[in-house]
Design a protein around this ligand. Structure first.
Ligand code: TRP
Length: 332
């Protein structure tokens, strides 16, 4: 089992990023050989600010390590440091039918009304993503729901390349979809995702929030006046209540039903302090580590380079096989 996954280096990390992907990765590294990378090449598919990109890449690396990704156990790097991703992406571009990309729903969302102004990079984003995992012969790829379609495309791209060339160059990877419990919603509106771009800072818990800020935001989190039900069905239509239960469960590594059984009949007056306590206990050590690491550019750059060297070694045999399979002459 070889696990490969990437995350875009967005700034202002919050609880949604932590519970959505990062916590899951931390668990995976106990179970399998893991390669995790910051998808900086994907980040430039939309308007790019170079200074922000490098800052965000380091910040995301610091967050991953602070959250428990161990660079000794897992291979951690940024995509741009391993040239093979871009090389392999080119070879895959040439065998991927346009029609397959036309079906990708995320491009439609991200390009909006101005399809003609979107970059070729944004359009071919899923092909680079396929290269990201195929290059390491990944067997499993943990992703959120929104990336399921891209993973299916990666499998299609791999099997077409294998059959076009008549060689088994790529392993077909399987998606590991994070559960719905990890979909963290806004603290102000339980119908929208927690997001760094929400104008209200009260809508999210940032990884850099102090204990006091965490407590304040949970106290102010929108809820309703009813007591907590004993069964999940009782949370139907109570989006904000459901969200707080999900958050508690995800942090505690429990099922939402287990948490409900514990708090059934109680109101938010007693549930919120328990949530604050759990959240502070989990997030405060992460925050301390994150803040120290974030400003140590040298240490982070060295770590990422070391990870990239390791990754590049693993990537090179796949890249060589792909060149050979296509009849492209090199290395002689
Ligand atoms: N597109 C993914 C996201 O936005 C990030 C990503 C890039 C990725 N390459 C990947 C995820 C390869 C899994 C595997 O979440």
């Amino acid at each position: 089992m070889r696990v490969v996954s990437g995350i875009q280096p967005t700034g202002n990390l919050h609880l949604g990023n932590y519970l959505g992907a990062i916590k899951n990765w931390v668990k995976m590294q106990e179970e399998a050989e893991c390669l995790f990378f910051l998808a900086d090449l994907h980040a430039i598919t939309v308007a790019n600010d170079p200074a922000k990109l490098s800052a965000n890449t380091r910040e995301m690396a610091a967050a991953l390590i602070a959250s428990g990704i161990d660079p000794e156990k897992s291979t951690l790097f940024n995509q741009a440091r391993v040239g093979g991703h871009a090389e392999l992406a080119w070879m895959l571009f040439c065998s991927t039918p346009l029609g397959w990309l036309d079906r990708m729903t995320q491009f439609k969302e991200k390009s909006g009304k101005h399809k003609q102004r979107a970059s070729m990079g944004l359009y071919s984003y899923p092909v680079l993503q396929a290269a990201d995992v195929l290059i390491y012969q990944a067997t499993h790829v943990p992703v959120g729901d929104d990336q399921k379609q891209h993973l299916e495309l990666a499998r299609d791209i791999a099997s077409k390349f294998n059959s076009d060339t008549g060689q088994e160059v790529f392993t077909l990877p399987e998606a590991l979809i994070h559960g719905p419990a990890a979909r963290v919603m806004s603290l102000r509106d339980g119908t929208v995702k927690m997001s760094k771009s929400d104008p209200s800072d009260l809508s999210r818990i940032n990884l850099s929030d102090s204990d006091g800020e965490i407590a304040k935001k949970i106290k102010k989190a929108r809820t309703d006046a009813d007591p907590l039900p004993s069964e999940l069905a009782g949370l139907e239509g109570r989006n904000e209540a459901r969200n707080l239960i999900n958050i508690y469960a995800a942090i505690a590594d429990e099922e939402p039903q287990t948490i409900l059984s514990q708090y059934a009949g109680q109101g938010f007056g007693s549930f919120k302090p328990a949530l604050i306590e759990l959240m502070v206990a989990t997030l405060s050590p992460i925050r301390e580590k994150f803040i120290t690491l974030k400003s140590d550019h040298n240490a982070l750059d060295q770590l990422l380079q070391k990870g990239a060297d390791k990754a590049a070694k693993q990537a090179s045999s796949t890249v060589d096989s792909a060149y050979n399979a296509l009849g492209l002459l090199r290395n002689s």
